[in-house]
Design a protein around this ligand. Structure first.
Ligand code: CS2
Length: 496
């Protein structure tokens, strides 16, 4: 075999024809979008949609060419992405894997630059403040919003937040960057950009506004008021399952296409983005490539968070303790699949608002099909990553609403009891160690260990569960599940 062709701009025209690639002139693109948090998800979603748009309009006008994306990493952990993308002229391959084995591949060209905030904060602030920038979008994970779990306000106890208040030009958190850039824009008489959250959080735009204004107020109340009135924060629901890239994916591109892409992205065919149409300074014509715009995204968000994401967590925790590795493995076990469907039907759906134009039965059936895609092999370790930021958003609201309405809570209670086991043992039921990554790993572990003497200690972690421990019905059901887990950690016994 020939030496693989490095993926970069100069080699684009030498790629095999079977590998789809940008035919638009990337050299004409300017940065209209600055995106903080370039991981797999951004590259399979916003960058994908934007690439589709650029491809579909062929850059016939200068207006179309204004929507290139500049990626931003704020931390050292973004270094690998920065280095690889730069080497590849910001090109990468999207590998879309269908359940029947069909694979579609495309080189995505919408990212045109990348900046590292920890190397040079001014370069990021200046780029955000540049008149060409119209949107700053974020995928910074549920935990990145710096919410004080007790008050729901901006968490001022975070040392990085305190640092940022006193060092406006050397920020560490995204809110420090946004504030510094918006200050420059206001002082320069420029309009504000839109801040577009792409994270799995209910009312992600409203939350971003609250956190950003909350931070800015600590620094400069007048600026905070300007941000509050000038910046638009559209709420949005984002969806595409994007597992972690493996060496086999890199190898696949080498053998299939003789191309050397150091960090391709794998994803499922399904893709959805529903956005409230409020933008401060214009937006790409994403509606031309199937992005949905609406006036109120709440029902879509709720449906996705409480079915898809909660469903992932249900399988993630139970499956990890059972000893499974991937979501599709769980779905191919009838017991797990039926348990998930029951959780959907009996606990999640009864407390969901109807979504106009969506048949929930169909949506749930599609989710089970998507989860079962044997070629996606989404790792349970990815799903369980930072569960302490996820469950309060994905699962706990469903429990509270069922308690208020007298609905079922048994499935959710088992998941929490299994999470307690997982947090104590960091191992599956056979004693095989599990790779647990969670900002609260230590406190979860301590609280889970303490259940030996104080059965409710885990459930009393208030920042996760609120006052669930004081709810008699919930506490009773949870204790029953905990006793069962003590009898045997074989969760399948408790799922029947
Ligand atoms: C997952 C999500 O992280 C998780 O827990 O549920 O990453 C999920 O795959 C995406 O939201 C799908 O759109």
């Amino acid at each position: 075999m020939n030496t693989p062709l490095a993926l970069n701009q100069a080699n684009l025209s030498r790629l095999p024809d079977r590998l789809s690639r940008p035919t638009y002139d990337r050299g004409r693109l300017t940065t209209g979008i600055v995106h903080v948090g370039v991981g797999g998800f951004h590259r399979s979603h916003e960058a994908f949609y934007t690439d589709q748009l650029l491809e579909s309009n062929g850059l016939e006008s200068d207006a179309a060419a204004q929507w290139g994306i500049c990626g931003v990493g704020l931390r050292q952990s973004d270094r690998k992405m920065a280095t690889i993308l730069k080497q590849q002229d910001y090109l990468y391959t999207l590998i879309v894997k269908h359940p029947d084995g069909k694979i579609e591949t495309r080189v995505i060209g919408s990212i045109v630059d990348f900046l590292m905030g920890c190397d040079d904060p001014a370069s990021v602030i200046d780029r955000m403040a540049d008149p060409a920038t119209k949107i700053v979008s974020l995928s910074i994970t549920e935990g990145g919003y710096n919410v004080d779990a007790e008050t729901g306000e901006f968490d001022t106890s975070n040392p990085d937040a305190r640092h940022d208040v006193d060092h406006p030009s050397q920020p560490k958190l995204v809110f420090g960057y946004l504030t510094a850039a918006l200050r420059k824009r206001r002082d320069g008489g420029l309009p504000a950009f839109t801040v577009q959250s792409c994270d799995n959080i209910q009312h992600n735009g409203d939350l971003t506004r609250k956190m950003l204004v909350g931070f800015a107020r600590l620094q400069d109340p007048e600026l905070a008021a300007w941000i509050d009135s000038e910046v638009r924060f559209p709420n949005a629901m984002v969806d595409r399952i994007t597992p972690v890239t493996t060496d086999a994916d890199i190898e696949f591109l080498r053998t299939e296409f003789n191309v050397d892409d150091q960090w391709p992205v794998v994803c499922e065919p399904f893709c959805q983005w529903v956005i409230e149409d409020h933008f401060s300074a214009g937006r790409p014509d994403w509606q031309n490539v199937d992005v949905q715009f609406c006036s109120n995204v709440t029902p879509y968000e709720e449906m996705k968070l409480r079915l898809l994401n909660a469903g992932h967590s249900v399988l993630g925790i139970l499956g990890s303790v059972y000893g499974y590795q991937t979501i599709n493995e769980c779905i191919h076990d009838d017991l797990f699949r039926d348990f998930l469907r029951q959780f959907f039907d009996v606990e999640a759906t009864p407390v969901l608002d109807a979504v106009e134009g969506i048949d929930l039965d169909q949506y749930k059936a599609t989710l089970i099909e998507r989860f079962g895609n044997p070629n996606i092999r989404d790792n349970l370790a990815r799903i369980c990553l930072e569960s302490s930021s996820k469950l309060p958003v994905f699962l706990i609201p469903t429990i509270y609403e069922n308690l208020a309405k007298g609905g079922s809570i048994r499935h959710a209670a088992l998941v929490i009891a299994a999470w307690c086991y997982y947090s104590e043992k960091h191992a599956d039921r056979h004693g095989q160690p599990l790779d647990v990554t969670d900002g609260l790993k230590e406190s979860l572990h301590e609280a889970a260990k303490a259940t030996r003497d104080d059965r409710l200690s885990f459930l009393r972690i208030q920042q996760l569960f609120g006052d669930l421990a004081d709810n008699e019905r919930f506490a009773q059901t949870y204790l029953e599940m905990l006793d069962r887990m003590d009898r045997t950690p074989d969760v399948s016994e408790h799922m029947r």
